[in-house]
Design a protein around this ligand. Structure first.
Ligand code: ADE
Ligand code: ZN
Length: 341
């Protein structure tokens, strides 16, 4: 029987293409492309790490196994197929084109666009992507990266993000590149408050001008900032399972888990899957965890789903139409659930 959390219509707003590569696909691509993933790598033990830096090292190694245009089509299609199987109707995903140093961006983007088109035809879902700026490479590299991405602007490229290891890479040095991305009409979002402090969340709002924060957990350490984010309606794309691997908050059932506290504080919290196979999860599973471990009532789940849709980068007219359709569908599913069907 398909469960409630799978059936609920959902938007996925925080997922990394390279972090969604299935272990078997990684092994297959590595073998085909003659790339060594790790000495003696086996499919069962490929995705193991203790922290964000360890995770990013594996992420980088896996990314190097993706080479041809068709490899990019394949990983995009497989990722969107998994999202569809989890009940996603719309997906916004990050890509890390700099993580494939030997592959021209044009080759990567062509494959990704083909994968999106294929998934759209197969599952009827919509998808947009955002190249993520690797903050570890600094602002000069980010400027060149933005130029390379803008030269390949396409309808599916909706925005730009900021990711990789936060501390000690604060947001402020990226203010100019974000201003330029905004002026070019890209949507903007930034990872902050995952491994870095609350000041990086505030800095992302102030220096980068974002109204969407990826993760954001450290916000709970600054009550004034929580109040500010609530008043301003800042959107947080939270990823429950990620916190078990990359943050100091490893127990999802803890009463002081930041996602629980952010929701209780009235922040606009959405549920997402980040790097699902790397963290042993799926989008539907993240919703199950939110309900079972993080204190999200079914009403909270409903609100989070609709908040995610409202905060997505779809055209406003589409969001308005879908909001009505999804609310009806969610209410019918919750009613069936309450009736024990
Ligand atoms: N890239 C992929 N997943 C990430 C995460 N959780 N934090 C920072 N960069 C990432
Ligand atoms: Zn992320």
């Amino acid at each position: 029987m398909t469960d409630l959390f799978t059936l609920l219509p959902k938007a996925e707003l925080h997922l990394h293409l390279e972090g969604a590569i299935l272990p078997a696909t990684a092994m297959d691509l590595a073998a085909r492309n003659g790339v060594t993933l790790a000495a003696g790598a086996r499919v069962e033990t490929l995705y193991r790490y203790d922290d964000l830096a360890g995770f990013l090292a594996v992420y980088g190694a896996i990314a190097r196994a993706v080479v041809s245009q068709d490899d990019f089509r394949r990983i995009t299609f497989e990722m969107l197929a998994s999202c569809a199987a989890s009940g996603a109707r719309h997906v916004e995903f990050f890509i890390s084109p700099h993580a494939h140093p030997d592959v021209p961006f044009a080759t990567q983007f062509a494959g990704i666009r083909a994968g999106i088109a294929q998934a759209r035809a197969a599952y009827g879902l919509t998808a947009l992507f955002a190249p993520g700026i690797n903050r570890e490479q600094g602002p000069a590299a980010a400027e060149a990266y933005l130029d390379a991405c803008l030269a390949l602007r396409c309808p599916e490229m909706a925005g730009i993000g900021l990711d990789y290891n936060e501390a000690p890479y604060p947001p402020e040095p990226f203010a100019a590149v974000f201003a330029r991305a905004r002026a070019a009409g890209l949507q903007i979002t930034a990872h902050a408050g995952e491994g870095g402090p609350a000041a990086y969340v505030a800095g992302s709002l102030d220096a980068l001008g974002v109204m969407r924060i990826d993760h954001g957990y450290a916000v709970v350490n600054d009550p004034d900032l929580v109040a500010r984010c609530r008043a301003a309606g800042v959107l947080f794309t939270c990823c429950p399972s990620t916190t078990r691997f990359t943050t100091i908050w490893r127990d999802l059932t803890a009463p002081d888990h930041p996602i629980r506290r952010m929701k209780d504080a009235g922040l606009r919290v959405t549920i997402n899957s980040d790097d699902p196979p790397f963290f042993g999860t799926t989008l539907a599973e993240e919703y199950r965890i939110a309900h079972r471990d993080l204190g999200f009532s079914l009403a909270d789940i409903r609100a989070s789903i609709l908040t995610g849709l409202a905060g997505s980068w779809l055209p406003q007219a589409d969001k308005d139409r879908l909001a009505g359709e999804w609310a009806q569908e969610i209410d019918a599913l919750l009613q069936d659930h309450a009736d024990g069907l």
